[in-house]
Design a protein around this ligand. Structure first.
Ligand code: ADP
Ligand code: ZN
Length: 531
C-alpha cells in the first residue's frame, strides 16, 4: 500500500486509456475496479457484453503481483491471452491442453515476475504443483469468471468450481472478484455461499438489453421460418442459430447452405481443428451464420452478431438469456428469435426424466423449464418478464420492442377444448387403461379414422370426433399451452404420453377457465414493420 513505487503507479483511469484505449468506464466498472484495487471482495452480476473483463484486468494491472483468473473457457484462453498481449499486457494461461514443456515455460515466466495476468483452468487449481506455484508468487487478486458454474442447480455446473473455496482458505487476504451474467437471486446466493463471499460487495448491473428485440413464435417449418427471418430482416448479417442436437446442427447448416446462406456447423462432436476454423471464420468474416449447439458462444466476443435464433427450446431462462445476449453487443438493433413447438416441451420433459440425478435435481430442472415455458406463453411484454425473472423491473412495464408489445396476442377461452382433450385422456385411462401421446389424442378429437384408430377401436369413444372446431395445428397449440400451464403433463415413461395433473381436475369440473394465447401463425414476423 505504501511506498513511492505504489503511489506513482498508474491508476485505473490511466490503464483504461493507455492500455485498453478507451476514454471512459462503462456503468459500474469504475466503482468495481476501485473497490477491488483497494483490496475488497466483489460479486459482479453483469449481462453478457457488459464489460466484465476490465473489472478484473485493470485491478490486476494496478495492484502489485499477478492477477489469477479462473475461467472454464479453456478453448478461449489462448485468444484471450493473445488479445491482451496485443495491447502489451503480459498474460499467460495454464490448462490441460498444454504440454508439460509449455506449462514449465509459463511457470518460469511467473516466477521471474514477467506475468501480470494468469488464466487458470479450474481443474488446475487443486493440482499440488499449481498450489506450490501460486505460493511462490505474489498474487494481486483472484478473479472467478463465469462464477455461476459453481451452482449445482444452475444450468452450467462445473464440478471443479466447488474446489475454488480453497483459494480463500489458503490466501484469505487476497481480494477476490466473482463475475457472472446469470443473475437470479438463487444463483447469486449459491455463489456467495459456496465461494464464501458473504463479505463481498455486490454490484448488480441492469440486465436489460434494449437493442435486442425478443420474439417467440410457434414452430411449424422451422428452417423455412428461419430463412424468412434471415431473408427479410437479416440478409448478409452475422448470426447464431442454436439447435439442441448435433444431428440437427448438421442438418440445419446444410439446409441453409443449400439456400445460399453462408452457414457453418459447430458442435462438440466436430474435430477440434474444424471447430477452431469455423469459430475463427465466424469472428473474422462478415455475415457468417453459425449453426451450433450451446457448446458454442461462451466468451465469444463478436460485437456485430445481428440475430440469435433458437430452433429448439432452451432448458432455462438463464440459458436463453445468455445465448440471446450474444446478439447486439455493439448496441445496435438485433433480434432474438425462438421457434418452439409441442415436441420441444415433450422432449425437454423426457430429457429431465431420463437425466441422472435425484428427485430434487429433476424437480429443479422442471422448475427451470417451467419458467422458460411461461416466458414462451406469456401475453405480457417478453422483456418485462425476462427482467422480472432476474429480479429486476422494467420501467413502465412494457418495452414496445418485443413481439407481444408490437403485436399484442389475443387470448381466447380454451376451456371447452381443454375439457374435451382432458376428458379423452380420462376415458382412455379409465375405460381402457391406455395412455397416448398428442398425435393419437388429436386424431380421436378430430374423428380421424386412421388405421391406428380403427385397430384400437377408438372410434367408439364418446369423445371421438368432438373436436372438429379446431385444426390439427391448433390442437397441438392447445396441448402445448396446457403443458406449459401445468394443466397437462408428460408421463415419465419415455414415450411422450400425456397424463393429467392435479390442476387438470379443476378444468374438468368446470371450476376454472383456461385462457389460451391465440396463435397467429407467422404473425410475429411482421412485428417490426407494424410499429
Ligand atoms: P462480458 O465479459 O461482460 O461479456 P466483455 O468484458 O467481453 O464483456 O466486454 C464486452 C465488449 O465491451 C468488449 O469488446 C470490450 O472491449 C468492450 N468494453 C468493455 N468496457 C469498455 C469501456 N469502458 N469502453 C469501451 N468498450 C468497452
Ligand atoms: Zn415488450
Amino acid at each position: 500500500q505504501t511506498g513511492a513505487e505504489q503511489t506513482s503507479a498508474p491508476g485505473p483511469q490511466q490503464v483504461l486509456e493507455r492500455v485498453f484505449g478507451y476514454p471512459a468506464f462503462r456503468g459500474e466498472q469504475q466503482a468495481i475496479i476501485e473497490h477491488v484495487v483497494a483490496g475488497g471482495d466483489a460479486l459482479v452480476l453483469m449481462p453478457t457484453g457488459g464489460g466484465k473483463s476490465l473489472c478484473y484486468q485493470i485491478p490486476a494491472l494496478v495492484r502489485e503481483g499477478v492477477g489469477v483468473v479462473i475461467s472454464p473457457l479453456i478453448a478461449l484462453m489462448k485468444d484471450q491471452v493473445d488479445a491482451l498481449e496485443a495491447v502489451g499486457v503480459r498474460a499467460a494461461f495454464l490448462n490441460s491442453t498444454q504440454t508439460p514443456d509449455e506449462r514449465r515455460a509459463v511457470e518460469q515466466a511467473l516466477r521471474a515476475g514477467e506475468v501480470d495476468l494468469l488464466y487458470l483452468a479450474p481443474e488446475r487449481v487443486t493440482v499440488p504443483a499449481t498450489q506450490e506455484l501460486l505460493a511462490s508468487i505474489r498474487i494481486a487478486l483472484f478473479a472467478i469468471d463465469e462464477a455461476h458454474c459453481v451452482s449445482q442447480w444452475g444450468h452450467d455446473f462445473r464440478p471443479d468450481y466447488l474446489a475454488l473455496s480453497v483459494l480463500h482458505e489458503r490466501w484469505p487476504s487476497i481480494p477476490r472478484i466473482a463475475l457472472t451474467a446469470t443473475a437470479t437471486a438463487a444463483t447469486a446466493q449459491e455463489i456467495v455461499q459456496r465461494l464464501d463471499l458473504g463479505q463481498a460487495r455486490r454490484f448488480v448491473a441492469s440486465f436489460d438489453r434494449p437493442n435486442i428485440q425478443y420474439r417467440i413464435e410457434p414452430k411449424n417449418q422451422p428452417v423455412q421460418q428461419l430463412l424468412q427471418l434471415i431473408r427479410t430482416e437479416h440478409p448478409g448479417d452475422a448470426g447464431i442459430v442454436y439447435c439442441l442436437s448435433r444431428a440437427s446442427v448438421e442438418k440445419t447448416a446444410a439446409e441453409l447452405q443449400a439456400q445460399g446462406i453462408p452457414a457453418l456447423p459447430y458442435h462438440a462432436g466436430l474435430d477440434a481443428a474444424v471447430r477452431a476454423d469455423h469459430q475463427s471464420r465466424f469472428l473474422r468474416e462478415d455475415g457468417i451464420v453459425m449453426v451450433a449447439t450451446i457448446a458454442f458462444g461462451m466468451g465469444i466476443d463478436k460485437p456485430d452478431v445481428r440475430f440469435v435464433a433458437h430452433l429448439d427450446l432452451p432448458k432455462s431462462v438463464e440459458g436463453y438469456y445468455q445465448e440471446t445476449g450474444r446478439a447486439g453487443r455493439d448496441g445496435l438493433p438485433s433480434t432474438a428469435w425462438l421457434a418452439y413447438g409441442l415436441q420441444d416441451v415433450v422432449q425437454q420433459r423426457q430429457l429431465i426424466d431420463k437425466s441422472e440425478g435425484d428427485a430434487a435435481h429433476k424437480r429443479r430442472m422442471s422448475q427451470l423449464l417451467d419458467a422458460m415455458l411461461a416466458l414462451c406463453e406469456t401475453v405480457e411484454c417478453r422483456r418485462a418478464q425476462l427482467l422480472a425473472y432476474f429480479g429486476q423491473e422494467l420501467p413502465g412495464g412494457r418495452c414496445g420492442n418485443c413481439d407481444t408489445c408490437l403485436n399484442p396476442p389475443e387470448s381466447w377461452d380454451g376451456t371447452v377444448p381443454a375439457q374435451k382433450l382432458l376428458s379423452t385422456i380420462v376415458r382412455l385411462d379409465r375405460e381402457r387403461r391406455q395412455r397416448y401421446g398428442a398425435g393419437q389424442l388429436i386424431d380421436i378429437l378430430l374423428g380421424k379414422r386412421t388405421p391406428r384408430v380403427e385397430q384400437l377401436g377408438h372410434a367408439d369413444l364418446a369423445t371421438f370426433g368432438i373436436g372438429t372446431e379446431l385444426s390439427d395445428v391448433e390442437w397441438r397449440g392447445v396441448v402445448r399451452q396446457l403443458l406449459a400451464q401445468g394443466l397437462l403433463a408428460v408421463h415419465g415413461d419415455g414415450y411422450g404420453t400425456l397424463v393429467l395433473t392435479e390442476a387438470s381436475g379443476t378444468v374438468l369440473r368446470g371450476e376454472r377457465t383456461v385462457a389460451l394465447r391465440r396463435e397467429v401463425v407467422r404473425a410475429s414476423r411482421s412485428g417490426r414493420s407494424r410499429s
